[in-house]
Design a protein around this ligand. Sequence first.
Ligand code: PGA
Length: 250
Amino acid sequence: MRQSLVVGNWKMNGSVQKNQSLLESLKQGIGSVQQAEVAVCPPFVYLQQVSELLKGTVIAWGGQNLSQQAPGAFTGEVAASMLGDFGCKYVIVGHSERRALYGESDELVAEKFAKAQSVGLIPILCVGELLEQREAGETEKVVKRQLDAVINLQGVGALAKSVIAYEPVWAIGTGKTATPAQAQDVHAFIRGRIAELDTGVAEKVQILYGGSVKGNNAAELFAMTDIDGGLIGGASLKADDFLTICQAGK
Ligand code: PGA
């Protein structure tokens, strides 16, 4: 049985004051969350604050992105080792906003995945199709291509120390959640693709669903066989909503 994981992706949100009050509420409420592991991914500049507030609690933290390069002359970038310095356990790679708005290719995402693992961070690899790709019946093709970029660079074994997040792009921040059955179909496809290469890895890897997960739909999504928790954007900024979602973890 895979442990479920619920990760808050704060995106470019937060302030010193808001983070403090959100994390205090999470710390108070988290005691009642027995099952799921919980993590938050704030903007880089708040990692120091978040690490101080969460040290010694059951809540882990991570980055939202990283550089594929080793430290050096890369203005504005953040190295994997720096995330390690601030106690990050996870780092999100290949979020669809990075792919769409910052031109991150499958190959670049695979390099970032490898760099994260090289310093012991657990990459959360985001995959997912655009609306037009779903309508054209290309969902599986797109997701397979995104997944295979990592497998080709690192080998299927690398997925054993990673988390995968299936996030249909049309469901992110739109209020349009995939139905549990739609999500389960793609999760099963992803696990099946991995199983073609290594059944042990397929059985072990956590596959999260992301895209308009809220307190009122998390339980039915997380109840599906191949959905092992969620990557939560908007609802992770509200303590009550986020705690309700964490509570829905198996
Ligand atoms: P959302 O974002 O929950 O606001 O749809 C999810 C994500 O982008 O990770």
